[in-house]
Design a binder for this molecule. Structure first.
Ligand code: SAM
Length: 228
Protein backbone atom coordinates (compact mmCIF):
# COMPACT_ATOMS: atom_id res chain seq x y z
CA UNK A 1 0.00 0.00 0.00
CA UNK A 2 1.39 3.39 -1.01
CA UNK A 3 1.78 5.54 2.10
CA UNK A 4 2.58 9.26 1.97
CA UNK A 5 3.52 11.19 5.10
CA UNK A 6 3.46 14.96 4.73
CA UNK A 7 5.40 17.07 7.21
CA UNK A 8 4.00 20.60 7.29
CA UNK A 9 3.37 23.64 9.45
CA UNK A 10 -0.12 23.81 7.89
CA UNK A 11 -1.74 20.38 8.41
CA UNK A 12 -5.16 21.90 7.70
CA UNK A 13 -4.05 22.34 4.06
CA UNK A 14 -4.41 18.54 3.61
CA UNK A 15 -5.90 16.57 2.00
CA UNK A 16 -6.92 19.73 0.12
CA UNK A 17 -7.20 18.87 -3.56
CA UNK A 18 -6.00 15.36 -2.80
CA UNK A 19 -9.40 14.73 -1.19
CA UNK A 20 -11.22 15.27 -4.49
CA UNK A 21 -11.80 13.53 -7.81
CA UNK A 22 -9.84 10.42 -8.81
CA UNK A 23 -7.10 10.76 -6.21
CA UNK A 24 -9.59 11.61 -3.43
CA UNK A 25 -11.77 8.64 -4.33
CA UNK A 26 -8.74 6.39 -4.25
CA UNK A 27 -7.91 7.76 -0.79
CA UNK A 28 -11.43 7.04 0.46
CA UNK A 29 -11.28 3.55 -1.06
CA UNK A 30 -8.01 2.83 0.76
CA UNK A 31 -5.94 2.50 -2.42
CA UNK A 32 -3.35 4.79 -0.83
CA UNK A 33 -2.86 6.34 2.59
CA UNK A 34 -2.05 9.87 3.68
CA UNK A 35 -0.64 10.82 7.08
CA UNK A 36 -0.24 14.50 7.89
CA UNK A 37 2.26 15.51 10.56
CA UNK A 38 2.47 18.95 12.14
CA UNK A 39 6.13 19.98 12.31
CA UNK A 40 5.25 22.30 15.20
CA UNK A 41 4.49 19.27 17.38
CA UNK A 42 8.25 18.67 17.47
CA UNK A 43 9.15 22.07 18.92
CA UNK A 44 10.57 21.73 22.40
CA UNK A 45 10.10 25.15 24.01
CA UNK A 46 6.93 26.49 25.59
CA UNK A 47 6.31 28.87 22.65
CA UNK A 48 6.50 25.94 20.19
CA UNK A 49 9.18 27.76 18.20
CA UNK A 50 10.01 26.18 14.85
CA UNK A 51 12.21 28.85 13.24
CA UNK A 52 15.09 31.18 13.93
CA UNK A 53 17.01 33.99 12.22
CA UNK A 54 19.53 33.05 9.51
CA UNK A 55 23.25 32.90 10.21
CA UNK A 56 25.01 35.54 8.13
CA UNK A 57 22.04 37.89 8.28
CA UNK A 58 19.33 38.57 5.74
CA UNK A 59 15.57 38.63 5.75
CA UNK A 60 13.25 35.85 6.85
CA UNK A 61 13.42 32.91 9.17
CA UNK A 62 14.83 29.41 8.79
CA UNK A 63 13.22 26.20 10.08
CA UNK A 64 15.30 24.85 12.94
CA UNK A 65 17.27 21.66 12.29
CA UNK A 66 16.44 19.84 15.53
CA UNK A 67 12.69 20.37 15.07
CA UNK A 68 12.59 19.28 11.43
CA UNK A 69 14.95 16.34 12.06
CA UNK A 70 12.76 15.08 14.92
CA UNK A 71 9.68 15.24 12.65
CA UNK A 72 11.45 13.33 9.86
CA UNK A 73 12.88 10.73 12.22
CA UNK A 74 9.49 10.03 13.71
CA UNK A 75 7.99 9.76 10.21
CA UNK A 76 10.65 7.18 9.39
CA UNK A 77 9.61 5.44 12.62
CA UNK A 78 12.76 3.37 12.76
CA UNK A 79 12.13 1.90 9.32
CA UNK A 80 13.07 2.82 5.78
CA UNK A 81 11.36 5.72 4.04
CA UNK A 82 12.09 7.85 0.99
CA UNK A 83 12.34 11.47 2.14
CA UNK A 84 11.72 14.29 -0.34
CA UNK A 85 12.08 17.98 0.45
CA UNK A 86 10.02 20.25 -1.80
CA UNK A 87 12.17 23.22 -2.71
CA UNK A 88 12.85 25.55 -5.65
CA UNK A 89 16.53 24.56 -5.71
CA UNK A 90 15.68 20.90 -6.35
CA UNK A 91 15.50 18.83 -9.50
CA UNK A 92 12.53 19.72 -11.67
CA UNK A 93 9.70 17.27 -10.93
CA UNK A 94 8.68 15.31 -14.03
CA UNK A 95 6.45 12.40 -14.99
CA UNK A 96 9.53 10.16 -14.67
CA UNK A 97 9.85 11.18 -11.00
CA UNK A 98 6.14 10.45 -10.52
CA UNK A 99 6.60 6.98 -12.00
CA UNK A 100 9.56 6.30 -9.72
CA UNK A 101 7.74 7.52 -6.59
CA UNK A 102 4.62 5.49 -7.48
CA UNK A 103 6.79 2.36 -7.54
CA UNK A 104 8.23 2.93 -4.04
CA UNK A 105 7.78 0.11 -1.58
CA UNK A 106 8.68 2.19 1.45
CA UNK A 107 6.66 5.19 2.72
CA UNK A 108 7.16 8.50 0.91
CA UNK A 109 7.86 11.36 3.31
CA UNK A 110 7.30 14.84 1.87
CA UNK A 111 8.83 17.74 3.79
CA UNK A 112 7.18 21.12 3.16
CA UNK A 113 9.33 24.13 3.95
CA UNK A 114 8.16 27.62 4.81
CA UNK A 115 9.66 31.09 5.41
CA UNK A 116 13.20 31.06 3.95
CA UNK A 117 13.34 27.27 4.01
CA UNK A 118 15.02 24.60 6.13
CA UNK A 119 18.47 24.49 7.75
CA UNK A 120 20.76 22.92 5.15
CA UNK A 121 22.24 20.39 7.59
CA UNK A 122 18.91 18.55 7.92
CA UNK A 123 18.57 18.39 4.16
CA UNK A 124 22.03 16.84 3.94
CA UNK A 125 21.52 14.24 6.65
CA UNK A 126 17.82 13.34 6.53
CA UNK A 127 16.60 13.98 2.98
CA UNK A 128 17.06 11.65 -0.01
CA UNK A 129 16.20 14.14 -2.74
CA UNK A 130 14.97 17.69 -3.33
CA UNK A 131 12.23 18.23 -5.92
CA UNK A 132 11.02 21.53 -7.37
CA UNK A 133 7.73 21.90 -9.21
CA UNK A 134 9.04 24.77 -11.34
CA UNK A 135 11.21 27.83 -11.58
CA UNK A 136 9.22 30.12 -9.32
CA UNK A 137 9.02 30.62 -5.56
CA UNK A 138 5.97 29.46 -3.61
CA UNK A 139 5.24 30.57 -0.05
CA UNK A 140 5.37 27.01 1.19
CA UNK A 141 5.88 23.43 0.07
CA UNK A 142 2.23 22.39 0.58
CA UNK A 143 1.06 23.18 -2.96
CA UNK A 144 4.16 21.44 -4.34
CA UNK A 145 3.52 18.35 -2.17
CA UNK A 146 -0.03 18.17 -3.51
CA UNK A 147 1.24 18.44 -7.08
CA UNK A 148 3.75 15.63 -6.52
CA UNK A 149 1.18 13.41 -4.80
CA UNK A 150 -1.54 14.00 -7.38
CA UNK A 151 0.79 13.09 -10.25
CA UNK A 152 2.13 10.07 -8.34
CA UNK A 153 -1.07 8.59 -6.91
CA UNK A 154 -2.92 8.53 -10.26
CA UNK A 155 -0.20 6.15 -11.49
CA UNK A 156 -0.86 3.62 -8.71
CA UNK A 157 -2.50 0.37 -9.84
CA UNK A 158 -6.30 0.58 -9.80
CA UNK A 159 -6.52 4.35 -9.28
CA UNK A 160 -7.47 5.19 -12.86
CA UNK A 161 -10.08 3.07 -14.59
CA UNK A 162 -8.32 1.55 -17.60
CA UNK A 163 -4.61 1.18 -18.23
CA UNK A 164 -5.00 2.59 -21.76
CA UNK A 165 -5.78 6.07 -20.44
CA UNK A 166 -2.36 6.10 -18.74
CA UNK A 167 -0.33 5.01 -21.75
CA UNK A 168 -1.89 7.63 -23.96
CA UNK A 169 -1.36 10.59 -21.66
CA UNK A 170 1.29 13.25 -22.07
CA UNK A 171 4.81 11.96 -21.26
CA UNK A 172 3.54 8.36 -21.05
CA UNK A 173 2.86 8.50 -24.77
CA UNK A 174 6.05 7.33 -26.48
CA UNK A 175 7.00 8.03 -30.08
CA UNK A 176 7.25 4.53 -31.63
CA UNK A 177 10.12 5.62 -33.88
CA UNK A 178 12.29 7.75 -31.60
CA UNK A 179 11.14 6.34 -28.21
CA UNK A 180 10.92 9.99 -27.02
CA UNK A 181 8.06 11.00 -24.70
CA UNK A 182 5.35 13.08 -26.37
CA UNK A 183 2.67 15.41 -25.07
CA UNK A 184 -0.83 14.33 -25.90
CA UNK A 185 -2.86 14.95 -29.07
CA UNK A 186 -5.97 17.21 -28.83
CA UNK A 187 -9.36 15.88 -27.73
CA UNK A 188 -12.85 16.67 -29.01
CA UNK A 189 -16.36 15.68 -27.95
CA UNK A 190 -19.88 16.39 -29.26
CA UNK A 191 -21.19 18.54 -30.91
CA UNK A 192 -19.40 17.89 -34.21
CA UNK A 193 -19.55 21.61 -34.97
CA UNK A 194 -19.31 24.17 -32.18
CA UNK A 195 -19.43 27.91 -32.87
CA UNK A 196 -18.45 27.26 -36.47
CA UNK A 197 -15.49 24.99 -35.57
CA UNK A 198 -15.73 21.40 -36.80
CA UNK A 199 -14.13 18.37 -35.19
CA UNK A 200 -11.36 17.12 -37.57
CA UNK A 201 -12.95 14.86 -40.18
CA UNK A 202 -10.55 11.97 -39.53
CA UNK A 203 -11.87 11.60 -35.96
CA UNK A 204 -15.42 11.33 -37.23
CA UNK A 205 -14.56 8.75 -39.89
CA UNK A 206 -14.11 5.67 -37.67
CA UNK A 207 -10.90 4.50 -39.42
CA UNK A 208 -8.80 3.56 -36.39
CA UNK A 209 -5.50 3.28 -38.24
CA UNK A 210 -5.99 6.76 -39.73
CA UNK A 211 -7.00 8.14 -36.32
CA UNK A 212 -3.88 6.68 -34.71
CA UNK A 213 -1.71 8.18 -37.48
CA UNK A 214 -3.36 11.61 -37.09
CA UNK A 215 -2.99 11.52 -33.29
CA UNK A 216 0.69 10.61 -33.50
CA UNK A 217 1.32 13.45 -35.97
CA UNK A 218 -0.52 15.91 -33.70
CA UNK A 219 1.42 14.75 -30.64
CA UNK A 220 4.73 15.10 -32.49
CA UNK A 221 3.85 18.59 -33.73
CA UNK A 222 2.79 19.75 -30.25
CA UNK A 223 5.91 18.28 -28.64
CA UNK A 224 8.15 19.96 -31.25
CA UNK A 225 6.34 23.30 -30.74
CA UNK A 226 7.08 23.14 -27.00
CA UNK A 227 10.80 22.86 -27.71
CA UNK A 228 10.98 26.04 -29.81
N1 SAM B 1 14.38 30.97 0.24
C1 SAM B 1 13.99 29.95 -0.66
C2 SAM B 1 14.72 30.14 -1.98
O1 SAM B 1 14.94 31.26 -2.37
O2 SAM B 1 15.02 29.13 -2.63
C3 SAM B 1 12.50 29.97 -0.90
C4 SAM B 1 11.69 29.56 0.27
S1 SAM B 1 9.99 29.51 -0.11
C5 SAM B 1 9.48 31.14 0.26
C6 SAM B 1 9.27 28.60 1.18
C7 SAM B 1 9.09 27.11 0.91
O3 SAM B 1 8.26 26.92 -0.21
C8 SAM B 1 10.35 26.35 0.60
O4 SAM B 1 11.01 25.98 1.78
C9 SAM B 1 9.82 25.15 -0.17
O5 SAM B 1 9.43 24.09 0.68
C10 SAM B 1 8.59 25.71 -0.86
N2 SAM B 1 8.78 26.02 -2.29
C11 SAM B 1 8.92 27.26 -2.83
N3 SAM B 1 9.04 27.21 -4.15
C12 SAM B 1 8.98 25.91 -4.51
C13 SAM B 1 9.06 25.21 -5.75
N4 SAM B 1 9.23 25.85 -6.90
N5 SAM B 1 8.95 23.86 -5.72
C14 SAM B 1 8.79 23.19 -4.55
N6 SAM B 1 8.71 23.81 -3.35
C15 SAM B 1 8.80 25.14 -3.30
Amino acid sequence: MFLAKVLTLFPEAFPGLLGHSVVGRALQQGKWQLAVVNIRDFATDKHRTVDDTPYGGGAGMVLKPEVVAAAIRQAKAGGVAHVVYLGPAGQRFTQAHARRLAALEQPLVLLCGHYEGVDQRVLETEVDEVLSIGDYVLSGGEVAAQVVLDATVRLLPGVLGGDASLHEESFDLIDPETQEPLVEYPHYTRPAVWEGQAVPAVLQGGNHAEIAKWRLAQARARTAALKT
